[in-house]
Design a protein around this ligand. Structure first.
Ligand code: AMP
Length: 172
């Protein structure tokens, strides 16, 4: 896979889930073991440069990559979840969507404070989800040392909302 191009494993669907959105679908990537391994190789190489302690995945497509990467690196992973999914004491934060509001949460844990964290999602569009996730990690007194995504949609300037560096495998 020396000539790996992520684009070969992403399909595009116009007007999904609503009119005007070009949906970038990672399903073909998930079907291909070699391509998935390559993606985790790329993320792991970058993560090793950063001296990371914990990988945080954003529900739900972030989870597909966060646990694989954490396992490869031999470290733990953290779930950043949508409302109503996590039990116990939570740290929560709302953020704006194109229409309305959403919320993300993490569980309070003494095993998060002071950790160096990489946050993962499949894609950054407006940056709202990753910015919210960054803020949750900060509230947990840990430090975000980078945000990893497979795909960055440049025209939406999502990186402007993110404090840490974004590492994306493919930019459109
Ligand atoms: P945002 O918070 O605007 O950066 O949106 C990021 C989240 O929405 C990610 O979890 C993506 O999975 C999803 N998303 C946004 N736009 C797209 C798109 N064009 N194709 C696929 N997923 C998208």
């Amino acid at each position: 896979m020396s000539d790996f191009d992520l684009d070969n494993y992403i399909s595009n669907t116009k007007d999904f889930p609503k009119k005007g959105i070009l949906f970038k679908d990672i399903s073909p990537l998930l079907l291909n073991h070699h391509a998935m391994t390559k993606v985790i190789d790329i993320f792991a190489t970058k993560a090793l440069d950063l001296d990371v302690d914990l990988i945080a995945g954003i529900e739900s497509r972030g989870f597909l990559f966060s646990t694989l990467l954490a396992s490869r690196l031999g470290i733990g992973s953290l779930m950043i979840r949508k409302p109503g999914k996590l039990p116990g004491d939570l740290i929560e934060k709302s953020y704006s969507l194109e229409y309305g509001q959403s919320k993300l949460s993490i569980q309070k844990s003494k095993n998060i404070a002071n950790k160096k964290v990489i946050i993962i999602d499949d894609l950054i569009a407006t940056g709202g989800s990753l910015a919210c996730a960054e803020s949750l990690i900060n509230k947990a007194k840990a430090k975000v040392i980078g945000c990893f995504v497979l795909i960055e949609l440049l025209e939406l300037n999502g990186s402007n909302l993110i404090d840490s560096n974004i590492f994306s495998i493919k930019k459109y």
